[in-house]
Ligand binder design. Sequence first.
Ligand code: ADP
Length: 501
Amino acid sequence: MAEDETILVVDDEKVIRDGCSLILKPHGYRVVTAANGQEALEVLASQPVNVVLCDLKMPVMGALEVLEEAGRRFPDIPIIIITGHGTVDDAVECMKKGAYDFVTKPFRIDHLTLCVNRALEKQRLERETRRLQEEQARNLYSLALEQSRLHTIVNHMGDGLLVTNRDLEVVLLNRAFRQFLDLSAPPPLPGPLSAFFPDVGLQETLESLLSNPQRDPEACLVQDFCQGRLHLRALSAPFFGPEQELLGTVTVFHDVTSFKELDRLKTDFVNMVSHELRSPLSAIKMQHAVLLEGLAGELTGKQQELLHRAQARIQGLIDLITDLLDVAKIESGHRTLEQVPLSLGPVLVEVTDLLSAKALGQGVDLRLVTPPDLPPILGDRRSMEEVFTNLVTNAINYSPDGGEVKVSAAFNGNFVEVRVADTGIGIEAEEIPKIFDKFYRIKSPKTRQIIGSGLGLAIVKTIVEMHRGRIEVESQVGRGTTFQVSLPVAPPARNGEHGET
Ligand code: ADP
């Protein structure tokens, strides 16, 4: 039933109006009537009407004028013309003016209802089509708006943006990136990465992301690049489609030039202060040594004890300054690493020999186990000594009297793995990610007595990473800690290349 649909019957003959009502009402239509065109327009203006049945000839206002006026004001209401015999030509004229159909008097009931149903169907279809068109227009508009918004945001970002597809072709870049790279006329998109960013380091990073994509949104690779006078920090990550399929990579370039400059100033300052402090401290330490040797007169037991304690503190300060200078040197890029084939066995022997007296003094059993056939790594001897001296010193320092420190090395795949294992105080799981931060020291009653700068592990990690290696930690509180350093084996030497050290 179509109770919501209203049919307006317009005819000057009451009998026609009543007749139509009688026919249409049983079909569920609401029927309203008007005696002429003028009244019909008033009804149309005052309430919703779906179809108009309109007599062709009426006093006051006929169907032609209704068609004209209603066509202008209510274009989506179909109008069916009711016409008598002999006026078919007029009805055809009405059709030309926009009438939907016509029925001739006297009309058949089924013909009238069929005509009305068809008109209603037409109206429904037209309204649905219009609704869909409007919805589509709205969607297109919001899509265009969204695109233009994104385009504006991307181009107004202070950070540079570079997006590649899975084939490592650049598909999108923004204005900041073009400015950073001085690309006033960038190559056409999509294009090979090398045409947009000359440093092969980025290419290698993106290749590794594409071959081993991490889905963790936090996992992005960070790299620093120097571009003329600009220092750029690049954060690269893979990105995925709605089905979690790999689509490409996105890299954001952050201009860190001012931070680098600040960092340089800070490094210069630390360098200057450290140099200024080191000489007087060394002089004080020497003078203490002279006093302790009794060269300036006999000392009482208490005086000796105090001088020993003061010496330990001064040594702590000298070590801190050495570490600070070391960090400053590494960070400023002034520390150059030799890359020569290096056998770690002798390095470990030297380090453990040097620290054996310290271990003995602290009641710690220090042992070294290395296989004789350890392949060489490609590295810098002095840096490797520093790495293992730091790790073994820590292992001794953080072990109680009677503890054990075992240094061992093994060959595993393409890496030489060195483990420094102690039976010391251990490290809480939540502290492990922080111990490699500069100046980070765990504060606990057990560590309070141990002098340190909190720089050792930061230096170790940096040096290991400069050798393309990695460092891992396993620890159990109260049971001990194991640091494992993995360093890539040196590629086989070619003719004419120098031998190992
Ligand atoms: P520090 O000069 O304090 O030793 P490090 O950077 O070498 O500085 O180490 C950072 C912190 O990590 C130390 O303060 C200590 O709390 C912890 N740590 C390092 N090595 C060990 C270890 N072998 N056993 C227990 N804790 C350790």
